[in-house]
Design a protein around this ligand. Structure first.
Ligand code: AP5
Ligand code: MG
Length: 217
């Protein structure tokens, strides 16, 4: 199963990916997570990645495509994978087509989580993440049991550097046209499922499960 989760910043890709990878036994390939990990290093490339992320800018296609190509070649991705945040541009989508053609595997489904701008701003403004295990929360929509502390590992929660209002504005601008272009690209191929991502987390979860399994459970 080769699945893509497509959606603007804050659409709920990471939130839904967390259970999809468990239920379907797929590795979670999040380019955002990979870049945040790479940005912690001391090298010049780490510094460049950090400045793209913190400014809300897209990392150049060439580097992005290279890290995904390397990740997909690893053993745990041989039976399938869930892509979260990739592809994000047409050249990335074309590169993914080439990668899949090389290994003779089709794209199973692209799930597009459609959410309006106001709701995205509410979500990104209230998001808290765990630097320990990566769990995601929201101050109102998905609060942790104890304020400011991760349910899973007890680490103090943080806000992401790119959730500052100025970076959020750039992220939404950078991704808007690209996302519409990818929606058209995959819709024309008949692999796109468009879901209302502005419903409560559980309802989005049920809709995704129905789309991937066809049983509505
Ligand atoms: P990335 O980490 O992928 O960020 P993003 O695409 O901007 O998406 P987010 O992670 O912000 O949102 P999400 O859809 O995962 O939402 P979440 O589930 O957390 O990328 C970061 C950066 O890396 C990019 O800006 C770029 O610099 C670089 N990069 C990454 N991939 C790249 C690529 N392919 N090419 C080039 N550069 C790349 O949910 C958000 C909040 O809402 C949470 O608080 C959550 O609790 C809440 N929430 C979720 N669902 C719901 C719901 N249904 N109802 C209410 N609240 C909800
Ligand atoms: Mg995410």
């Amino acid at each position: 199963m080769q699945v893509i989760l497509l959606g603007l910043p804050g659409a709920g890709k990471g939130t839904q990916a967390a259970w999809i990878v468990e239920d379907f036994g797929l590795p979670h390939i999040s380019t955002g997570d990979m870049f945040r990990a790479a940005a912690k290093g001391e090298s010049q490339v780490s510094g460049e990645i950090r400045s793209y992320i913190e400014g809300g800018l897209l990392v150049p296609d060439e580097l992005t495509i290279r890290i995904v190509r390397d990740r997909i070649a690893q053993d745990d991705a041989k039976e399938g994978f869930l892509l979260d945040g990739f592809p994000r541009t047409r050249p990335q989508a074309q590169a993914l087509d080439n990668m899949l053609a090389e290994v003779g595997r089709p794209l199973s489904r692209v799930i597009y989580l459609e959410v309006g701008r106001e709701e995205l701003l509410r979500r990104l403004g209230g998001r808290w993440v765990c630097p320990g295990c990566g769990a995601t929360y929201h101050a109102v929509f998905q609060p942790p049991r104890s304020a400011g502390v991760c349910n899973e590992c007890g680490t103090a929660l943080q806000q992401r550097a790119d959730d500052r209002p100025d970076a959020v504005r750039v992220r939404l601008e950078q991704n808007w046209d690209n996302t519409q272009s990818l929606v058209a690209f995959y819709e024309a191929r008949g692999v796109l499922t468009r879901l209302a991502g502005d419903q409560p987390i559980d309802r989005v979860r049920r809709a995704i499960r129905a789309a991937l399994r066809g049983d509505g459970q």
